[in-house]
Write a protein that binds this ligand. Structure first.
Ligand SMILES: [Zn+2]
Length: 431
């Protein structure tokens, strides 16, 4: 049953103790609930559990502007009045408040994604999980949508040192705008985001015609959806699109953002996915057997976020876990059913008609056909006479063989670490 895949899981016991402020929907505490379920289901036995590296400002500045990171490092609720100009400039305020320990929080979730990338690069794991990461809205110069530092972009920059092509998949209900924007001009990263679009839903970007530009044209894929999408409808888009993306792009590494605000009953969301329906995306991506960094993201009904990410941890480990939740210190959160898969469906119409879904799928798949196969820094076109008889059966005349998934022309920094020690080396690596 076990695939022999090695899974690294990152959790910092401090991460659940940060508070965005009273009434704020983003609750880092959901990470403590998730971890507690993961432990009490015994899932830790099937993976390597790490207390992650903490990202330095140097690591963060691989993507972000120095003055912005400097601001995050210095601002506190006590001295905030001295930073009035900065607040609007860096979009810090209501959605993205200054709370105690803000910089440490960023450092924790970013360090874990970065360490996951380093472990994938060194081959010391095949799957790396960081539920605290996935903060996809953060921009180079500013905070956005509860996100301050874009751990995803920073992890992908690390992966690009070894991987010619990185596929980013985002199933959060919100558009993965920060990641898309960072890689909009390149073919080294393909971003694919499934999200609610329309009626000014945050962040307002991600229509079907945002496809990337210059070298990155057609390497940004957007799947705009309407309210109330259910498991079957989502599945009928996700699988064919991801299948086509993987076939055309041949990623050597995948980053999967598993925002759980696409579940039914989410405090901010308006989709209608069940936990199993959400998990089906994780299962499908796992089947490709490509090194994968699995991240969290949004998710505002805390009890269901914890259920969802626990279930997805089990899926990644090929573990069947009981629907009855184990006893944990947070047991009362899961009342009244105390199960892993309660009914989270809401009674709203699925506004995504068959016709609408068919049209999106068709447009997206047609755009993928415009791509050259497996572009990259070291792509080579193999002359047709190199095709052996048995290979040629599966290759059409215009198919190019990807260049040996090669690392040859990709930068190999001297410094990387393999066993969770000597983390300082990370900060000496430039992208
Ligand atoms: Zn979201």
């Amino acid at each position: 049953m076990s695939s022999g895949r090695r899974t690294a899981y990152f959790y910092d016991p401090d991460v659940g103790n940060f508070h965005y402020g009273q009434g704020h929907p983003m609750k880092p505490h959901r990470l403590a609930l998730t971890h507690s379920l993961v432990l009490n289901y015994g899932l830790y036995k099937k993976m390597e559990v790490y207390r992650p590296y903490r990202a330095t400002s140097h690591d963060m500045c691989r993507f972000h502007a120095e003055d912005y990171i400097d601001f995050l490092q210095r601002v506190t609720p006590q001295n905030i009045s001295g930073f009035t100009n900065c607040l609007s400039r860096f979009n810090v305020g209501d959605d993205c408040p200054v709370f105690p320990g803000l910089y440490d929080f960023c450092s924790i979730y970013t360090g874990a994604s970065l360490e996951g990338a380093v472990k994938l690069n060194s081959g010391s794991c095949d799957v790396a999980i960081n539920w605290a990461g996935g903060l996809h809205h953060a921009k180079k110069f500013e905070a956005s949508g509860f996100c301050y530092v874009n751990d995803i972009v920073i992890a992908i920059l690390e992966l690009l040192k070894y991987h010619p092509r990185v596929l980013y998949i985002d199933i959060d209900i919100h558009h993965g705008d920060g990641v898309q924007e960072a890689f909009y001009l390149t073919d080294r990263v393909m971003t694919v985001s499934f999200h609610k679009y329309g009626n000014l839903f945050f962040p307002g970007t991600g229509d079907m015609y945002e496809v990337g530009t210059e070298k990155g044209k057609h390497y940004s894929v957007n799947v705009p959806l309407k309210d109330g999408i259910d498991d079957l409808t989502y599945d009928s888009l996700f699988k064919p699109i991801i299948q086509a993306v993987v076939e055309h792009y041949r990623p050597t590494c995948i980053v999967l953002q598993c925002g759980a605000d696409s579940l039914g009953c989410d405090r901010l969301g308006c989709f209608n996915l069940s936990i199993k329906g959400h998990g089906e995306c994780v299962k499908f991506v796992k089947r490709f057997n490509i090194p994968t960094l699995v991240l969290g993201g949004g998710g505002y009904t805390v009890r269901n976020v914890a259920r969802c990410w626990t279930y997805e941890t089990a899926l990644l480990l090929d573990s069947d876990i009981n629907n009855e939740l184990p006893y944990t210190e947070y047991f009362e959160y899961f009342s009244p059913d105390f199960t892993l898969h309660p009914d989270v469906s809401v009674k709203i119409d699925n506004q995504n008609t068959r016709q609408y879904i068919d049209q999106i799928r068709q447009t997206v798949v047609e755009n993928l056909r415009l791509l050259p196969h497996s572009p990259s820094v070291q792509m080579q076109q193999v002359p047709p006479d190199m095709l052996s008889m048995d290979l040629s059966m599966e290759l059409s005349s215009d198919t190019r063989i990807p260049a040996g998934e090669g690392e040859r022309d990709v930068e190999h920094p001297a410094e990387f670490y393999s066993s969770g020690t000597d983390h300082d080396h990370l900060s000496g690596v430039e992208t």
